[in-house]
Design a protein around this ligand. Structure first.
Ligand code: MG
Ligand code: NI
Length: 484
């Protein structure tokens, strides 16, 4: 691939994605894009670090993996521990408290991404100065919107705090259930904000829709391509973010697989290792490594499910598919992630409202009794960024002998690479010149996936953005640097 006739453009790091990445664009002699490579150093230390630890400790330990999405890891590990302990059904209080925690995390994560990371690009345009494309810029130009973004994020964090005990690195989910219920005072405090949160969620869906449809051609140019989509769904095909079984569809909406039990994930999923990348490339075995890659996360979930089990988000889903997809088929536009993410924000708000009205949250049966122990278990859930898998094996003393995690961001690896390649093809258009516009669009394209690089990577610290263009003989043709 990297013959002497090919040129390489290197971009590092990406600003405003969580963590760090580095991009290399491979060009041939005629400056045509051969491929793009997103270099992310996948964090594998955790899988070794937990060897020998008692399985019950894992839900707390696993949160060290990531400071950005610890709740997702906490809950996924807790589900795996339940399985190892033979606990197949939680008490209503245990199950609903965990769901509330999960929807709270999704709400805060989606609000953070949209208002702090995505809205600045969508509102000001990708070519606007980097210095104003941030939440500070939003606060100056759209103070009400910035205020809502901050308050929505805080509301999600308050839910996490009330269910997990702390905003980050909580201990709420314990083997077989939860260690606290929701007190009437906690419930009332959250309920007091609920009508506002629902109203603002509706407005966020409308804003994401208007920004997407208002700049449709421009956004569609940023990495629209046919892909498979995967997510968990309920037995009736409904969107299911906390539990469910795996479904994958093709770019037209035909089912490739459906209702796959997480325990059988190794029968259908494999991970390709490529010599240039530390991050693996998951694919569906049925289609093979070349063809079996897929997208996960908000866009994939809105595409794969038959419906969303809350009425307002489902109405928004139908509007999304008819406006952005091919009729009622899946949307294959990378920039469709933003609108889909806000539909999920509204879904999370509706679920939170429903749960806050449920008296089971004040129940006192927090933990279900253990059943007969298993040597191995696999849990999956839909984290804000996509399908998350935790697989553990234990010895007779209940100590971990094997851990395998597939994080959401890793599942989107191939799709992110293709997004960069597609943008570079269009933006370079045969010229070997790095423009500010190319940098901006690559960032915007990758950011749509909301990659959690700190989950998938070793963080390297802050560095300026640097782009280098190398000629066929390895000489530097162009270089651009941007301070972060
Ligand atoms: Mg892994
Ligand atoms: Ni993470």
């Amino acid at each position: 691939m990297e013959s002497p006739g090919n040129r390489r453009i290197v971009i590092e790091p990406l600003t405003r994605v969580e963590g760090h990445g580095k991009v290399t664009i491979l060009l041939d002699h005629d400056h045509r894009v051969l491929s793009a490579r997103l270099h992310i150093v996948e964090f594998r230390g955790f899988e070794r670090f937990v060897q020998g630890r008692p399985i019950q400790e894992i839900p707390v330990l696993v949160q060290r993996l990531c400071g950005i999405c610890p709740v997702s890891h906490h809950l996924c590990a807790a589900k795996a521990v339940d399985g190892i302990l033979g606990i197949d059904k939680l008490t209503p209080t245990g199950e609903k408290m965990r769901r509330l925690m999960h929807y709270g995390q999704i709400f805060q994560s989606h609000a953070l991404h949209f208002f702090y990371l995505a809205a600045p690009d969508l509102l000001f345009g990708f070519e606007s100065p980097v210095a104003t494309r941030n939440i500070i810029g939003i606060a100056a130009a759209h103070p009400e919107l910035a205020r809502q973004g901050v308050a929505m994020r805080r509301f999600g964090q308050e839910i996490v705090q009330a269910t997990a005990g702390k905003r980050i690195h909580g201990t709420g989910a314990i083997p077989g259930g939860i260690n606290k219920n929701l007190s009437p005072a906690e419930r009332d405090a959250l309920r007091a904000e609920m009508a506002t949160m629902l109203a603002w969620s509706r407005q966020a869906v409308a804003l994401a829709r208007d920004l997407t449809l208002g700049h449709f051609d421009e956004l569609a140019a940023l990495g629209t391509f046919a892909s498979h989509h995967a997510s968990l769904v309920r037995p009736d095909g409904a969107m299911e973010l906390y539990d469910g079984k795996l479904r994958a569809i093709d770019s037209h909406g035909a089912k490739i697989l459906d209702q796959v039990n997480p325990l059988d994930y190794l029968d259908i999923l494999a991970e390709e290792v490529r010599p240039w990348s530390y991050m693996k490339f998951p694919y569906l075995k049925k289609l093979g490594p070349g063809d079996g890659w897929f997208r996960v996360g908000p866009l994939a979930r809105v595409n794969t499910c038959d419906f969303i089990p809350t009425p307002e988000a489902d109405a928004a889903r139908r509007e999304f598919l008819s406006a952005s997809g091919s009729g009622s088929g899946p949307c294959n536009m990378t920039m469709g992630y933003h609108w889909a993410r806000m539909i999920e924000l509204l879904h999370a708000a509706e679920e939170i409202a429903r749960l806050l009205d449920d008296p089971d949250l004040q129940g006192n049966e927090l933990v279900a009794p253990a059943g007969s122990r298993r040597a191995e278990f696999v849990a999956m859930l839909e984290a804000p960024r996509g399908t998350l898998t935790h697989h553990y094996r234990v010895d007779d003393d209940g100590r971990v002998t094997m851990a395998n995690l597939i994080v959401s961001t890793t599942c989107n690896n191939e799709a992110m690479n293709r997004t960069v390649a597609r943008i570079a093809e269009q933006k370079l258009a045969g010229r070997a010149v790095i423009t500010e516009g190319l940098l901006n669009q690559i960032e915007v394209g990758i950011r749509a996936y909301d990659p959690c690089l700190s989950c998938a990577t070793h963080a390297l610290g802050s560095m300026p953005l640097e782009v280098t263009l190398e000629g066929p003989d390895g000489s530097e043709l162009d270089r651009r640097t941007r301070s972060s």
